[in-house]
Design a protein around this ligand. Structure first.
Ligand SMILES: N[C@@H](CCC(=O)N[C@@H](CS)C(=O)NCC(=O)O)C(=O)O
Length: 288
């Protein structure tokens, strides 16, 4: 892990004094749109993703559901994010000629400050980052490439947009980002705050799924693409990478994975406690 400060790479982490993880805002927020600076085109844009990243994974899922594999190419970074951040596994990335994702950020903005995150939507023509915010990227993939993809799939239909936004708001703050707030907290109070908000939100989402197979409406939409990934990220990536496992996640994961009503297979008492593994030591935290 590391970050760029005015274009210079610094390995390591920037800690917040209260121990809380603070997500940086995405910096590149341009749009692909007909008549705009970045018009829709086949084989012009490239997606940089990590399979370990839930934000990038939702872009991968939307690209697949929209059948855009041929129109929008994709590079998967090496799974390890170490002192050089995301890398191309010791190889030079053929599209950008770079070894590290932070160099790609620097090419797009030489004085860039911040983390070099995935996903990235790269324009091979102007050789810059169009956008590095997954919620924007999935909307562009959904709407702007229908000429080359599957127009019958609409993951953000106008009539459900308000409800999708509302559900996404809850998923984003307490769950998607909550996993990071828990996992990257460096003080116990910040960790507890994040973790209980995360599991309260998971329970609310679970009750929402009690009435139907999908988070919004009668089919898979943008919320589901994010929502489905959250239990996976909590139960796999986060357990390994950022230590926010809980004994209650097993039932929750089944519920989301099946997309239908499933009663939790963990006793309620188990869901009142969290086991937190850090540096090989597991501690159990009980809710008061
Ligand atoms: N707002 C961004 C967040 C992306 C993000 O946080 N990606 C993480 C991986 S899951 C990352 O690349 N982190 C690298 C770092 O922090 O140095 C989005 O949703 O696209």
């Amino acid at each position: 892990m590391g970050y760029l400060l005015k274009g210079r790479w610094h390995p390591g982490r920037r800690d917040n004094h209260d121990g809380a993880f603070v997500r940086q805002s995405s910096t590149f927020r341009d749009s692909i749109s007909a008549g705009g600076r970045y018009p829709p085109a086949a084989r012009r844009y490239r997606l940089y993703v990590s399979l370990a990243c839930p934000w990038a994974s939702r872009a991968i899922i939307v690209r697949k559901l929209k059948k855009l594999e041929a129109a929008v190419s994709m590079t998967v970074v090496h799974p390890d994010m170490l002192e050089n951040g995301w890398t191309f596994g010791g190889e030079v990335d053929a599209t950008t000629g770079r070894h590290f994702l932070y160099e790609v950020y620097r090419d797009a903005a030489p004085g860039f400050s911040g983390h070099a995150t995935v996903p990235v939507l790269w324009d091979t023509e102007t050789r810059t980052i169009v956008n590095n915010e997954s919620s924007d990227i999935i909307r562009m993939l959904n709407r702007e490439f229908d000429e080359w993809g599957d127009p019958s799939v609409d993951l953000y239909p106008d009539d459900l947009a308000a409800e999708i936004d509302a559900v996404n708001g809850e998923i984003y703050g307490a769950v998607n980002n909550g996993v990071y707030r828990a996992g990257f907290a460096t003080k116990e109070t910040a960790y507890h705050d994040a973790v209980w908000k995360l599991f309260d939100a998971l329970e609310r989402i679970e009750s929402r799924l009690a009435d139907g197979r999908f988070l919004v409406g009668a089919a898979l939409h943008g919320s589901g693409c994010g929502g489905y990934l959250l239990p996976l990220s909590v139960s796999t990536s986060s357990t390994i990478r950022i230590s926010s496992a809980t004994s209650g996640i097993c039932g929750t994961t089944r519920t989301f994975g099946a997309g239908s009503r499933t009663s939790t297979n963990c006793p309620a008492s188990a869901r009142r406690s969290i086991s937190c593994t850090s540096s090989g030591t597991t501690t159990e935290v009980r809710r008061g």
